[in-house]
Structures are given as C-alpha cells and as structure tokens.
Design a protein around this ligand. Structure first.
Ligand code: FAQ
Length: 316
C-alpha cells in the first residue's frame, strides 16, 4: 500500500514539475484510462471528420480548391493515425479501438454529425471547426503524456493551414455576388452553435475536467477555451461582413471578453447520444469503409507472414 502511495506521489510530483510521462513509466490506472478515452475519441473524430468534407472533393469549384481540400482531408487521416498510435502506446490495440467506434460505444466529436450542404460549409468547417480544434489542441502540445503531446505538435501545424484555407474560401464568397455572401451567412448560421459545443459541456457539468487538469492532460477548462474561441472569431466574422447568429453577443468592457448567449445543451446531448442529423450515416460509412478494406489488411498480413518466412529461410 505504502509502495503504491509513493508511486502515486512521484507520479504527481513529476507532473507538477512539468516532466513528461512516457509509455513505460508507472502511471495510475485512472490516468491510463482517461488518456485512452480522450486520445481514442480524438482519433475517431479525425477519421469521422473526413466524411463531411470528403463529400465535397468531387464538387470543389476549381482545381485549386480541390487540391487544397484533398490535402486537408488526407491530413485528417494522418492525424487519426498518429493518435491511434499514441493510444496504442497505452496498451490497447487498434482493433479494440475500432471495435469501440464501430459498435457505437466510443464517442467522437459532436460536430461531425452535421451535414455539409453547400460549398460555403467547407469554408465554415475550416474556419470554425478547425479554428475550434486549434484552440483546444494547442494546449494539448503541453499535455503531460509525451506521445500525445508530441503527436499534437504536427497536428496543430496542419490545422492552422486548414483554418486558413477555410477562411479564404469564405473571404472569397463574401467578396463575391450577393448570393455567394448569403451562402456564407447561411453556413455561419448553421455552424456557429455546433462549433461552440465542440469544447464540451460547461465546466460545472464536465465530470472529467478537474482530474484531467490536475494531471495536466487538459491545461484549460472547456469554458475558458470556448471564451477564447469566441473572442478570436468575432473580429474575423466582422472582416468577412457576416453576423454570428446570437442576439446576446456583445463586447463587455469590464471583462475584456465577448458575452454570448446560452448554448442549447439539450441539442448537444442529443447529438452526443447518437441522435444528431447524421450520426447513423457517419457510423454506417465508417463501418462500410472498414469492411471494404478487409482485403487490404488480409493481404498486408499475408505479405508480412511471407516476408517473415523468407527472412527465416535466408538466415538458416
Ligand atoms: N462531442 O467531462 P468532459 C477536429 C463528452 S478534432 C462529443 O468535458 P473531457 C479536427 C466527453 O467525451 C475534434 N462528446 O470530457 C478536425 C465525455 O464523455 P465520456 C475532437 C463530447 O474529455 C477538423 C462527456 O462528454 N477534438 O475537430 C464532446 O474532459 C475538421 C463529458 O465531457 C478532440 O477530441 C463533444 N464535443 O473534455 C477533423 C480534442 N465534448 O468519455 C476533421 C481532445 C465532451 O465520459 C475536420 N479532447 N464530450 O463518455 C478534448 O480536449 C476533450 O476530450 C474534450 C472533452 C474537451 C472534447
């Protein structure tokens, strides 16, 4: 018992000194479980997040737009792979992680359960969804778990390219015809509140935040990051000349932040619990892609087996 306590004390003291915890270091079971939960949900989000944007690759309005979108969607696949690898360092297999996603047991970000109805939605996803992702993920580069923190460095660099490509799409539309500007406004109307929900429940209703902050997995609370996102985004909307769909949004001189209206948390939990506009479609697409890819996995395993036998023969 004493031994366990001293392990725990040393663990927390390493975290307090901002030392990184590595895969082979001792860690409490609950820390391991929390990381597997968060990193795998994050990985699933990246992979499911490819679907709403992939929907527009064949319909991008020019070759330049198509190339940028293709590159972005490929980046998201790469992020998913780094994150699955980071989760695997904690002792869970890729198959288990994918089973959890495909069986509906594991969560992924609520934001990817909304449809991308027009080309302006691709701009809004880049600007708002990647913008929110950066706000949440830059602090994760300083997360206490080394493999997660290191994966996030490259992810964040790529996300900032994504955010700019989205903003540039909207800037072009907003400087175009009245119909194009209206399309941009409509996209902002539909994506604004779901983007604010990405940061998770309010601090008082966030069961994991306090412990995750003590462990320095999270460096800022859900509400702190949401506020920073609002403060960063409103001046960008002003440059575009479009309006955030929130009549209560107002600059507050006293706090030095924007005040904003109340998030509809019933809507949020409805989507998180599987009843959003596209939950079923997204999951079905992932399961189908996994099943269609089984021949690739089988071929790769057979090739690896053959190669292993050849090496054995040549060593003998
Ligand atoms: N959606 O106690 P908390 C991206 C769940 S990547 C669904 O506050 P925590 C890139 C939460 O899991 C976007 N579920 O939890 C991209 C927990 O459920 P559980 C993903 C949510 O972990 C761009 C319960 O509610 N980013 O966008 C959501 O301390 C464009 C209680 O919540 C990450 O995953 C939600 N929005 O804080 C890709 C970043 N919020 O597990 C393609 C890493 C909360 O008890 C295209 N993750 N829940 O059943 C995090 O920073 C944290 O996990 C939070 C949640 C902040 C998401």
């Amino acid at each position: 018992m004493n031994n366990i306590t001293s392990l725990e004390l040393n663990f927390q003291s390493a975290i307090d000194k901002d030392e990184k915890i590595e895969a082979r270091d001792w860690m409490p079971d609950a820390y391991r479980k929390t990381l597997i939960r968060q990193i795998s949900q994050h990985a699933h989000s990246e992979i499911v997040g490819m679907l709403p944007e992939g929907n527009w690759i064949t319909r991008a309005p020019s070759l330049r737009r198509k190339l940028a979108l293709l590159a972005k969607v490929q980046d998201e696949a790469g992020h998913g792979l780094y994150l699955y690898s980071a989760a695997e360092t904690l002792g869970i297999s890729r198959d288990e992680l994918l089973d959890q996603l495909h069986s509906g047991k594991a969560k992924y970000s609520s934001i990817f359960n909304y449809p991308t109805l027009t080309w302006a939605d691709i701009g809004a996803v880049g600007w708002l969804v990647d913008g929110a992702a950066i706000m949440n993920q830059v602090p994760l580069c300083r997360c206490s778990y080394g493999p997660y923190a290191r994966a996030m460095v490259r992810v964040c660099k790529e996300e900032s390219f994504h955010q700019r490509q989205g903003y540039e799409i909207l800037l072009t539309l907003c400087n175009g015809t009245p119909e194009q500007k209206e399309m941009a406004q409509d996209a902002l109307n539909r994506w604004w509140w779901p983007s604010l929900m990405m940061f998770g429940p309010s601090d008082g209703d966030s069961p994991h935040s306090a412990q995750s902050m003590t462990w320095k997995i999270k460096r800022f609370s859900n509400d702190e990051l949401r506020q920073r996102f609002v403060d960063m985004t409103i001046p960008q909307a002003e440059i575009l000349g479009i309006t955030v769909p929130d009549p209560l949004l107002k600059w507050n001189d006293k706090t030095g932040h924007y005040d904003f209206g109340t998030i509809n948390w019933d809507d949020f939990w409805n989507v998180v619990n599987g009843n959003g506009p596209c939950n079923k479609e997204r999951l079905a697409a992932r399961v189908k892609a996994h099943e269609n890819g089984s021949w690739v996995r089988e071929a790769a395993t057979a090739y690896a087996e053959k190669h292993k036998n050849q090496v054995k023969v040549s060593v003998a």
